[in-house]
Every structure is written in structure tokens, then in C-alpha cells.
Design a protein. Structure first.
Length: 271
């Protein structure tokens, strides 16, 4: 028995793996085991405490995050088409903004383009309509002028409301002028000048007897005023096109609520 124990001790002594530098390969040290176990316990306790502290809303949001990420990474066909059209609109509007500033390719014509835009502004048209209404002496003329004034006021209110809802800025960082602030035309969508000239041209074509050359010039004037807003960098192309559409709808609205001659005379007498 002692001989066998002596042989086993000698065998263990001669085993290379029993040396101190190789002990960590066979079995971890007790200190490491205790440290790992304590760290695992602490992390488990912290995780349990965090799980208890989180409310159901945060858990629900954390569960929904992967789905939202998947939706953003995999947009729908409509979203891709809309973003593509929006990018094309911005790119084309920037290219057509040839009078956006003095350093642009057509910067020298900026003052002339601004003058063309003033012809479609609301303040000059309202002031001119009021002057003509005061000087008018016929019932038919007063009726047309009163409804024209109503159309101009509706145009300012509708466009201002739509712009406040959309809050879309123009392709260039250009501050609105004083007249724009007076008519609350501070945003890009829809273009107030475009809606106004479309409404005015349709109004004059329906209620004034004009020769064919004047009718053509009236339509060309409306188109030039609308797209001049793109040239000076105040609006996108879609802003101007939507302005034309809203201007036509405003004309149809005025036709539906057209004030008769008696109503116009009553309003004039009150005023």
C-alpha cells in the first residue's frame, strides 16, 4: 500500500500538467470562479431590477423597434415613387432658379422678374379693385367688382391657410418681401401668385368681353407670372402647378357663391 502511494505521488510529481503554470488549463482558480459567479449574480440582479423598473409602454416600444426599422429599410413602392418625384421636383426647380440671386446665370434680370411678379400680387389688385369700385357708376360693373373683391380676399385666406398647414420652404433660402408678409404668403406650397393669376385670368375670360389677342395675352401673362416665381427661387414647379389648380377651384367657388346685384348694393350702402 505504501509502495503504490509512493508510485502515484511520483507519477503526479512527474506529470507536466500538474505544474503551477499549467493549472489554469485544467481547472480554473477558485478566485476566478468566485469572481465570475459574483459578477453573474450581480448582472442577473441588475437585469431583474431593470425589467421590474421598465413600464409596459417601454417594453412595447422596444418590441416595436425592429418592425419600425424593417419598415424604414423596406419602404413601399408608393413611398419610393413619391420620394423620387420630390427629388426630381427639387432638382428641376433649382436648375430653373436662374434669377435666385445676383450671382445666378440670369441675375441681371432679377429686377424685371420681380416686377412681373408684382403684377400678380394681391395688394395691388385689391387696391385697384377698390378704386374702380368707388368710381364705378353702373350696377353691372359694381356687381362684377364686388365679386372680384370677394374672390381676391378668398384667395388670400385660402392660400395662407394651406401654406400654414404645409409649411414647405422654397428651393432657395430667400426671405419674403414686405408685400408677401402683408398677404401672409411666406411659404412655398401652394404658390399664391400662381393661384391668384389663374383665378383672375379665368374670372376675366368669363365676365369680360375681350378680343382673341387679349385673351391669349391674358393666359400668357398668367403663365409667365406663375413660372417667374420659380425663376427667382421662391417656389418649386409643383408649387406653381398646384397654385394654378387651386386658383381654378377658387374661381369655381366664387361662381357658386356669386353675389347678386341687390346684395352688392346692400354691401356698398353699408360701406
Amino acid at each position: 500500500m505504501p509502495a503504490s502511494q509512493a508510485r502515484s505521488r511520483a507519477r503526479d510529481r512527474n506529470n507536466v500538467l500538474n505544474r503551477a503554470e499549467f493549472l489554469s488549463l485544467n481547472q480554473p482558480l477558485k478566485g476566478n470562479q468566485e469572481g465570475r459567479s459574483s459578477s453573474r449574480k450581480q448582472s442577473g440582479q441588475a437585469g431583474a431590477a431593470g425589467a421590474q423598473n421598465t413600464n409596459p409602454k417601454e417594453r412595447r416600444q422596444s418590441q416595436q423597434l425592429p418592425e419600425e426599422d424593417c419598415m424604414q429599410l423596406n419602404p413601399s413602392f408608393k413611398g419610393i415613387a413619391f420620394n423620387s418625384l420630390l427629388a426630381i421636383d427639387i432638382c428641376m426647380s433649382k436648375r430653373l432658379g436662374v434669377c435666385a440671386n445676383r450671382a445666378s446665370s440670369w441675375g441681371g434680370a432679377r429686377s424685371m422678374i420681380n416686377l412681373l411678379g408684382i403684377t400678380g400680387h394681391g395688394i395691388p389688385w385689391i387696391a385697384g379693385t377698390l378704386i374702380c369700385l368707388v368710381k364705378s357708376s353702373t350696377l353691372a360693373g359694381q356687381e362684377v367688382l364686388m365679386n372680384l373683391l370677394l374672390a381676391l380676399l378668398l384667395d388670400i385666406m385660402i392660400v395662407a391657410g394651406l401654406q400654414k398647414l404645409a409649411k414647405r420652404k422654397g428651393p432657395y433660402d430667400i426671405n419674403p418681401g414686405l408685400l408677401d408678409y402683408l398677404t401672409m404668403d411666406t411659404y412655398a406650397f401652394p404658390a399664391g401668385h400662381a393661384s391668384r393669376v389663374a383665378m383672375l385670368s379665368k374670372f376675366f375670360l368669363n365676365h369680360l368681353v375681350l378680343a382673341i389677342p387679349l385673351r391669349i395675352l391674358l393666359v400668357l401673362w398668367a403663365l409667365c407670372v406663375g413660372f417667374s416665381r420659380v425663376m427667382i427661387g421662391r417656389h418649386h414647379i409643383t408649387d406653381v402647378l398646384s397654385g394654378f389648380v387651386f386658383g381654378y377651384l377658387q374661381f369655381r367657388l366664387v361662381e357658386l357663391i356669386w353675389m347678386s346685384s341687390n346684395t352688392c348694393q346692400m354691401l356698398i350702402s353699408i360701406w
